[in-house]
Every structure is written in structure tokens, then in C-alpha cells.
Write a protein that binds this ligand. Structure first.
Ligand code: PNS
Length: 165
């Protein structure tokens, strides 16, 4: 069995994609020859649904990757279990960013569950770049909804989508 990791998935809700997400994708691409981004229909985390439709979120991720010259990264919408999706596209691992201890607790649980469901899929975490540690999609949505500037938090192609909401 070939145990090398050559294809990784960066999963998320991306509601919307931020500069923090983009940094994790860029760093994953430095480490692995093939990177795919998986955009979840909805996150289990809060079960409140998303602000942007799945189609819109995928579109924003694709445009942001183009803007960042990361066009060799594939973007897929997905529904259901992450481990099943990762296996279905032939990837071997998941890469996510960690900002604070609160992320750690949530991610540890996710990683434990994913390992129980499929021990062949590795979970890899990168520490968030200190420049972006304060950014989250929910903070971006909140600040943008009040009309304030979020251009230091999201790729420029996402700005218009936010102000249209
Ligand atoms: O952007 P987020 O909220 O950190 O992304 C979370 C996501 C989409 C990666 C996570 O909720 C997920 O993997 N959802 C798919 C369902 C699943 O496999 N859950 C894990 C075991 S219960």
C-alpha cells in the first residue's frame, strides 16, 4: 500500500472565505502536490445554516483562488461526511488551520470522530498566521453587515458579495 500523502483536502463552510482560509490553502499547497478545497453544504458546528448559498460560497472560493494565483487547486461542493468525500476524490488527508484553544477543542473532537470513521484519512493542522488569527467568517459577516471595512480580512473579490447582502 502506498502510504504517502500526495493529495489533501482543505474543508470548510467558507461563509465567506477569508484571508486566513486562503493562507491555510496556500501553505497546504506548498507542502503537498495536490490540494482540493471542499465546501460543505452546511456546518454541523452551529446548525443555523449559512448566510451565503453553497453556489455562492463555491464561486467566492474559486474567484479568491484565481486572485491568489492558486488556480491549480480544485474546488468541490460536498454534502454528508467529510471522510467519505475525501476518500471519494482519492485524497489521503485533511488540512485545517488552528487559531486559538477554542479551535483546538472543536478540531480535536472532529479529528477523533473522523479517525474513528476512517483511520486511513490523516488530519493535519497548521497554526494560523498571527496576521490572520483574529479573523473568522462570522466576524467578517458581522462587521460588513454594519457597513464597516473588512478589506483587511477577505480577498477583494469577496467584498462585493458581502456588501450586496
Ligand atoms: O468552516 P468550518 O465550520 O470549520 O468547517 C467545518 C466542516 C465543514 C469541515 C465540518 O463541519 C465537517 O467536516 N462537516 C461535514 C460533516 C462531518 O463529516 N462531520 C464530522 C464528523 S461528525
Amino acid at each position: 500500500m502506498n502510504t504517502e500523502i500526495s493529495h489533501v483536502v482543505v474543508p470548510g463552510t467558507f461563509d465567506p472565505i477569508t484571508l486566513g482560509h486562503l493562507d491555510v490553502i496556500r501553505r497546504a499547497r506548498k507542502m503537498f502536490p495536490q490540494v482540493s478545497v471542499a465546501v460543505a453544504l452546511s456546518a454541523r458546528k452551529n446548525e443555523t445554516g449559512t448566510t451565503f448559498s453553497l453556489e455562492n460560497r463555491v464561486e467566492m472560493v474559486r474567484a479568491s483562488l484565481d486572485e491568489a494565483h492558486l488556480s491549480d487547486v480544485n474546488v468541490y461542493p460536498f454534502e454528508g461526511l467529510l471522510v467519505q468525500f475525501v476518500k471519494s476524490i482519492g485524497a489521503q488527508a485533511v488540512v485545517k488551520g488552528l487559531r486559538a484553544m477554542t479551535d483546538f477543542e472543536y478540531e480535536l473532537q472532529q479529528s477523533d470522530l473522523n479517525t474513528r470513521m476512517n483511520p486511513d484519512i490523516e488530519s493535519i493542522y497548521v497554526m494560523s498566521n498571527p496576521k490572520y488569527g483574529f479573523i473568522s467568517s462570522s466576524v467578517v459577516r458581522e462587521i460588513a453587515s454594519m457597513g464597516a471595512d473588512v478589506s483587511m480580512m477577505v480577498p477583494s473579490c469577496v467584498l462585493q458579495h458581502l456588501y450586496n447582502k
